[in-house]
Ligand binder design. Structure first.
Ligand code: PHE
Ligand code: FE
Length: 286
């Protein structure tokens, strides 16, 4: 995540000046490829009917259903032809300005390591399964691809405006934990959800969380939790609408207003919300 704290100040030994490293695809062990396959099989059976059309289509056109950890060179070739994006490996979390520079230039930074077999459901830093299975399918969608590149430019701007804490929440509640309204009902597209066995059902089917129509200012005022499932999910009406809204709005005056207002705690409904499902918040109340 862009706002995480355990980042180094300079590229570690072996990394380029832009913090990228070789994926070292040839160095993955059979066990590591098998971990990908296990995670893939678990998610793949859950996601039809739950993941957004765009995500499912991306998985298909990028041929991510082939066994083993994808080779970023092959994946980048396919993505480049579709939307101009590439996937580049980094050694872990990178500084915000580096992260945004890659993103603005349509390079998606991904971890190259994979979680251990005893960590299938829990990990602290994004691994190749989260980054590639979770995020990359959406990058095959031309509209979402434009959104993320625009977000990268927005991040560079937010750094200069001392407003990253607000913009990061937009990333969190869309790119990581977003829901979208489709003809068949709500669908998940956030990478944190689609790459999680338990949250992919919780986000859509559990009575506990609130599901609220996305409003930019509301989202950027809202805190989030990194230690459990979300208590609030925001729903975008469509990716076209998300792109239009974020690109056409000048965030600078918005940031100024946000700095004068209190944050909104998780699991709270406020005046002006369009609540799609009001949650019981039973998961946190116990
Ligand atoms: N329009 C935003 C700004 O003025 C930039 C942005 C675009 C942010 C798309 C997020 C997504 O800063
Ligand atoms: Fe992520």
């Amino acid at each position: 995540m862009a706002d995480d704290t355990h980042v180094l100040d300079a590229p570690p030994p072996g990394a380029a000046a832009d913090w990228t490293i070789d994926q070292h695809w040839d160095a993955y062990t059979q066990e590591e490829h098998a971990t990908w396959d296990t995670l893939f099989a678990r998610q793949a059976q859950l996601l039809p009917g739950r993941a957004s059309e765009a995500w499912l289509k991306g998985l298909d056109v990028l041929k991510l259903d082939r066994p083993g950890i994808p080779d970023f060179r092959v994946l980048s070739d396919r993505l480049m032809a579709l939307t101009g994006w590439q996937v580049v490996a980094v050694p872990g979390l990178v500084p915000d300005d580096v992260f945004f520079d890659h993103m603005a230039n349509r390079r998606f930074v991904a971890g190259n390591f994979i979680r251990r077999p005893d960590q299938l459901d829990y990990l602290q830093e994004p691994d190749v399964f989260h980054d590639v299975f979770g995020h990359v399918p959406m990058l095959a969608d031309p509209v979402f691809a434009d959104y993320l590149a625009a977000y990268g430019r927005g991040g560079q701007r937010a750094l200069g405006l001392d407003a990253l804490r607000y913009l990061s929440r937009l990333y969190w509640y869309t790119v990581e934990f977003g829901l979208v309204r489709e003809a068949g009902g709500l669908r998940i597209f956030g990478a944190g959800i689609v790459s999680s066995f338990t949250e992919s059902r919780f986000a859509l089917e559990d009575d506990s969380p609130d599901r609220i129509l996305l409003d930019l200012e509301r989202v950027m005022r809202t805190e989030y939790r990194i230690d459990d499932f979300q208590q609030t999910y925001f729903v975008v009406p469509s990716f076209d609408e998300l792109l239009r809204l974020t690109v056409e709005t000048d965030f600078a005056p918005l940031y100024e207003r946000l700095k004068q207002q209190p944050d909104i705690p998780v699991g709270t409904v406020v005046h002006g919300d369009t609540v799609l499902t009001r949650g019981t918040q039973a998961r946190v109340r116990g």
